[in-house]
Design a protein around this ligand. Structure first.
Ligand code: GLY
Ligand code: MN
Ligand code: MN
Length: 438
């Protein structure tokens, strides 16, 4: 796996420390282990911010950045090596590994953090720490600062201010490095291969969960996992935006909407394809599909440096509203239909989101109340859709249960953007040819 190098993690910490300034300290806890039931844990996934700065995959760890501190600016608290626990649960780096393998300037057992951390906080003005994600750890951080405050009489100086790390760190995460883009490209490719497999597998009589199994098989055999629970919705389920049950039979004549992406090396892909269960679009399905495809192409064309965040969405709204009017599902003048939001009956979500270590990735969409302007290295999804639920009033029956979304991942490039997930077809003729050949 083309992981970011140790030097890249070092660069990230150095950049964050520069942004924080000399009087500050940052404290980041690893993700907690979460119990599924009794003594069974959920699969462990490191916290994205923590991993972004450390590359350290273990739980029960805390990273501390102390800019300008002469002895050690980057301190890691980690689990100690433990012969018996390692027999049961696998290897731990331990403090020695945290310095030797992960580049910490200094490392201590996590059990010693109460003794050591207040000393690191002492004399710093600002604590960069994101409150509210981990209430238990919030209390400990507040406790360490309060302990210092009570010692003010002995001349100790406690930090005066808590500042969320989100603003600085998430802006860094919004711009993907070359190494990150390599992982995202791979994540996109694996996701695309999985969708191809699902498309070939799809036919009447099979179950939605069988299609999901094909996706999972392809993710896992490439060393990837899901980046969110897959949505495999056929017929009426294609109109349920967050459908999760994935347990219906695929029926002749229905559409199948598959929204599934993988996580590879901590980076997500997020792909949706919609296709006919029997491999041939009906006239109405194709008409709706072509509007969504046209909207997606119009939106992707607006993803380029200098355009702002909402331009792809505006383009998708315009194309979808015009398309719905053309096929007779909306009536009226185009500008009025756009202004009144008439399209929201059928297109009720946004056209995309930032994508990265998290599927709905971090990063501001607005800066000082203005839509953010695209810059090279930002990654986002482009995912317009039209959903026509059964019973939609004023809509002919033959359009009911048609839910179409087409979603791809794109990275902003000088002059335009690059599609990371283009290896799975979008053109209806190509989809039909692929399914006919399966
Ligand atoms: N799969 C989540 C999304 O498309 O945003
Ligand atoms: Mn998405
Ligand atoms: Mn999606």
């Amino acid at each position: 796996m083309a992981e970011p190098t140790r030097a890249e993690f070092t660069r990230r910490r150095a950049q964050l420390m520069r942004l924080m300034g000399a009087n500050a300290i940052a404290v980041l806890p690893a993700a907690p282990v979460r119990m599924r039931n009794n003594d069974v844990e959920y699969d462990y996934r490191q916290d994205s911010d923590f991993y972004y700065l450390t590359g350290f995959p273990e739980p029960e760890a805390v990273a501390v950045l102390v800019p300008g501190r002469p002895v050690a600016q980057y301190v890691l608290f980690v689990r100690e090596r433990h012969r018996e626990r390692e027999i049961w649960d696998g290897r731990r780096a331990g403090p020695a590994g945290a310095t030797a393998q992960y580049g910490a300037d200094d490392a201590f057992p996590i059990a010693d953090i109460d003794e050591i951390l207040p000393g690191l906080l002492e004399g710093r003005e600002r604590v960069y720490y994101t409150m509210g994600l981990n209430p238990e750890f919030d209390h400990r951080v507040i406790g360490w600062v309060n302990r210092l405050r009570t010692q003010a009489r002995s001349g100790l100086h406690a930090p005066q201010e808590f500042v969320s790390l989100n603003h600085l760190l998430h802006d860094m995460r919004l711009f993907k490095s070359r190494a990150e883009l390599a992982l995202m490209r791979r994540s996109g490719q694996i996701g695309a291969v999985a969708h191809l497999r699902a498309m070939r597998f799809c036919r009447p009589g099979r179950m939605e969960f069988e299609v999901m199994a094909e996706l999972l098989h392809e993710f896992r055999r490439h060393g990837a996992d899901t980046s969110y629970p897959p949505i495999v919705g056929s017929g009426p389920n294609s109109c349920v935006l967050h459908y999760r049950a994935n347990n219906a039979r695929l029926n002749e004549g229905d559409l199948l909407l598959v929204d599934a992406g993988c996580e590879y090396g901590y980076y997500a892909s997020d792909i949706t394809r919609t296709y006919p269960v029997n491999g041939r679009f009906t006239t109405e399905q194709r008409a709706v599909y072509e509007v969504v495809l046209e909207a997606q192409q119009a939106a992707i064309a607006r993803v380029k440096p200098g355009n702002h965040w909402n331009e792809p969405h505006d383009a998708a709204v315009r194309t979808i509203t015009a398309g719905l009017k053309r096929i007779g599902l909306l009536r009226g003048a185009l500008p009025a239909l756009i202004r009144s939001g008439a399209y929201k009956r059928f297109f009720m979500h946004r056209t995309g989101h930032w994508l990265g270590m998290d599927v709905h990735d971090v990063g501001d969409y607005k800066l000082e109340d203005e839509w953010r302007v695209f810059e090279p290295g930002m990654v986002l999804t482009v995912e317009p859709g039209i959903y026509i639920a059964a019973g939609s009033s004023g809509v002919p029956r033959r359009f009911w249960n048609i839910g179409v979304r087409i979603e791809d991942d794109v990275v902003v490039r000088p002059g335009g953007c690059e599609v990371l997930t283009g290896e799975v077809p979008r053109e209806p003729d190509e989809i039909e040819a692929l399914m006919a050949a399966a």
